[in-house]
Design a protein around this ligand. Structure first.
Ligand SMILES: NC(=O)c1ccc[n+]([C@@H]2O[C@H](COP(=O)([O-])OP(=O)(O)OC[C@H]3O[C@@H](n4cnc5c(N)ncnc54)[C@H](O)[C@@H]3O)[C@@H](O)[C@H]2O)c1
Length: 271
């Protein structure tokens, strides 16, 4: 897909961070936006900013972990248009803590949002895109944690490895329908995700949590920088798109130095 003017795009998790910045980047190039989030206030603010760019915007409240909520959102969209052109399954949450400290409740919550949220979005919107027969694009937000699984993030890594695996499988399947499918792997991005992450075990410590938040803020790779790469990745129909330098580093390190990465991951984090 080369041009975005008047394309219908839906973004989940549009009320903050990468979702908001990508919504605004698509607004700037004339796309028509369907903004979705569980958080109405954040979503309304993204809508306000996008309208300031002259974009046509609809807002939809949706919990991506809930298949019925996503199906209801799809029914609302398909009551107005035959099919979306682009779906960005982006909503996600963070979690950190060593495996022995994790609860099954956290496993289910993170997998329901980060993995099943992506599956629900594809399940609800792809049939209409295929049926319409005019192609399109699916963007799934994975992570650099889909390349290297840090011992302090077993749940998050599992969810993002799964998103990447699903995305690659779907890409092969959708090619015959001229629907591109891309996994975005951002890196360390300055958004509120860490402040809102579920912390367990030794990570569940206010001082340590504050230090991780500070680390992301100091790194200060912005969601706007991610958004620019997202648009390019869709234009070029890239399969797996690392974004920040550290994401690229992790992508190549895992490929060419898997033994060293394995040894490094036995060390404690500096937080
Ligand atoms: N910030 C990073 O460093 C980073 C790095 C790699 C990947 N990611 C991924 O990027 C995506 C966006 O993260 P972000 O950094 O912009 O975070 P963020 O916290 O700024 O935004 C996430 C948005 O998702 C929404 N959301 C959370 N649970 C939801 C649910 N159940 N249903 C619908 N919406 C829900 C939140 O309300 C929020 O608006 C996530 O999938 C995240 O895992 C982020």
């Amino acid at each position: 897909m080369k041009k975005f003017k008047d394309k219908e795009i839906l973004i989940t998790g549009a009320g903050s961070g990468i979702g908001r910045a990508t919504a605004l980047a698509f607004a700037e190039v004339g796309a028509r936006l369907w903004l979705s989030d569980i958080n109405d206030d954040g979503n309304a603010e993204t809508a306000r900013l996008a309208r300031a760019h002259g974009a046509t915007v609809r807002t939809l409240q949706c919990n991506v972990a809930d298949a019925e909520s996503v199906a209801a959102m799809a029914a609302t969209v398909h009551a107005e248009i035959e099919a979306l052109d682009i779906v960005m399954n982006n909503a996600g949450i963070g979690s950190a803590g060593r495996f022995l400290d994790t609860t099954l409740e956290t496993w289910r919550r993170v997998m329901d949002i980060n993995l099943m949220g992506v599956v629900h979005g594809c399940h609800a919107f792809l049939p209409n895109m295929v049926e319409r027969g005019q192609g399109g694009h699916i963007i799934n937000t994975a992570s650099a944690a889909a390349f290297i699984a840090a011992p302090d993030m077993p749940i998050y890594a599992a969810s993002k490895f799964a998103v990447r695996g699903f995305t690659e499988a779907l890409r092969g399947d959708m090619a015959k329908h001229n629907i591109g499918v891309t996994a975005i792997c951002p890196g360390i991005i300055n958004t509120p995700i860490v402040a809102n992450s579920i912390m367990e075990g030794q990570m569940n410590n206010a001082e340590r949590h504050r230090k991780v938040v500070q680390f992301y803020q100091k790194r200060n790779y912005t969601p706007e920088q991610v958004a620019r790469v997202v648009l390019e990745a869709v234009r070029k129909n890239v399969a797996v798109q690392p974004v920040s330098p550290e994401a690229w580093g992790m992508y190549y390190a895992k490929r060419f130095m898997p033994g060293i990465i394995g040894k490094l991951s036995e060390r404690e984090l500096p937080f």
